[in-house]
Design a protein around this ligand. Structure first.
Ligand SMILES: *Cc1c(COP(=O)(O)O)cnc(C)c1O
Length: 372
């Protein structure tokens, strides 16, 4: 028998999340963002769930090829554009749309030989200070692009640094508007956080939204809002079995470094999931888990292949019990409907990170089942 650990990818949940996003941005076109192998879910695995998206956005040329191989004929957008002139040949061949965020990318286009002009998304830096033209340089870049025979339509985009927090997007929106209001072309501004929090405003929603994390059912502004608050369902669930049980007396410790010491008699379940499976080692004692559908917590340090969980108050738990590390249980029906499963965002918070990182870190050794 293989190790009792399994990730489940729920395609219905993905379809549901996509429809929630569409409801938050009515009439906007949706880029389904599948960079980083669909946030760790696997592009091929989740592809069917994104049929209702209007385009697929990603970073990597090899991923773009995979999406075309899956039969996707719609738009594909390279979110960082091309990295060298050669990449433009693949863009021509696969009909990829690409971001243009710096002068060097315009230089590459200017020497590119193609019969079919490219659709490009010209990116403005509105405060993130990663990629994009400075607002004051934006118009000149647009004019230069617009004069190139290699360029078809020019769309305008930016990426918010603070759509999920208190600082918000007002300053970025003002900059974007100031330097683009008289330029033609479609616009795209919103990631998941901006789509869910700010897209009621038509100027913010614009023509295309670019949700990633919300598609996969994690909240972009946890703990302010949970995935449940946003009506999102987990696409990835991680479950593993109990492979050992220990009975502790007060004063007994658990795991490396004896970091957890029982203050009373306890039962401990040893679970077949560790940091080599993608469970974060930084998750401290008290990280939420679900044991046979009942809420509990981790105790002691996460090791490479195992974690230890408190099953003192889950009397039926034993060898073979199902432990939900994040997402929903697959074997057990949860007893309390309202607290179904373990939000990936709560696990991430306990580990000092975000749901994105946990999804992306799911290890290759974990068997994955796709559920439709
Ligand atoms: C990753 C990415 C997104 C999606 O962001 P989420 O926070 O996952 O919704 C949108 N736009 C760009 C440019 C990105 O790189």
């Amino acid at each position: 028998m293989p190790r009792p650990i399994q990730a489940t990818i729920d395609i219905q949940a993905l379809r549901h999340n996509l429809s929630q996003i569409k409801a938050a941005a009515p009439d906007a076109l949706v880029w389904g963002v599948v960079k980083a192998n669909a946030y760790g879910h696997g592009i091929e695995r989740i592809f069917e769930g994104l049929r209702a998206a209007d385009g697929i956005a990603l970073l990597d040329l090899a991923e773009a090829e995979r999406v075309r191989q899956l039969g996707w004929r719609g738009p594909i957008l390279l979110l960082e554009g091309v990295f060298e002139t050669r990449d433009l040949e693949l863009c021509s061949r696969l009909n990829l749309w690409h971001v243009v965020h710096c002068e060097a990318q315009i230089d590459m286009l200017a020497v590119h030989k193609t019969h079919q002009p490219h659709r490009v998304f010209l990116k403005m830096n509105t405060g993130m200070n990663r990629l994009g033209f400075a607002p004051q340089a934006f118009r000149a870049a647009w004019t230069r692009l617009n004069a190139l025979p290699q360029v078809d339509e020019i769309s305008l985009m930016s990426h918010f640094s603070d759509a999920d927090g208190d600082k918000g997007i007002a300053a970025a929106m003002a900059l974007f508007h100031q330097h683009t209001h008289d330029l033609s072309g479609e616009r795209s501004l919103c990631n998941s956080a901006a789509t869910l929090r700010h897209a009621k405003d038509l100027a913010v929603r614009a023509d295309w939204v670019r949700p990633g994390i919300a598609l996969y059912g994690s909240s972009p502004d946890f703990p302010l809002h949970s995935a449940h608050d946003w009506g999102l369902k987990p696409v990835m669930s991680l479950n593993a079995g109990i492979i050992g049980v220990q009975h502790l007396q007060a004063g007994d410790a658990v795991g490396y470094g004896s970091s957890f010491v029982a203050d009373r008699p306890m039962r401990i379940g040893v679970v077949a999931c560790g940091y080599a499976d993608g469970y974060p080692r930084s998750a401290a004692t008290g990280t939420p888990v679900c044991v046979d559908g009942q809420a509990s917590r981790t105790v002691g340090r996460v090791s490479m292949d195992m974690i230890t969980v408190d099953i003192t108050d889950v009397p039926h738990a034993d060898l073979g019990s199902e432990v939900t590390l994040w997402g929903l249980p697959q074997k057990t029906m949860p007893k309390v409907h309202a607290s179904v499963g373990v939000p990936i965002d709560a696990v991430a918070q306990a580990a000092g990170t975000v749901g994105y990182e946990l999804m992306c870190a799911l290890a290759a050794r974990v068997p994955v089942v796709v559920k439709d």
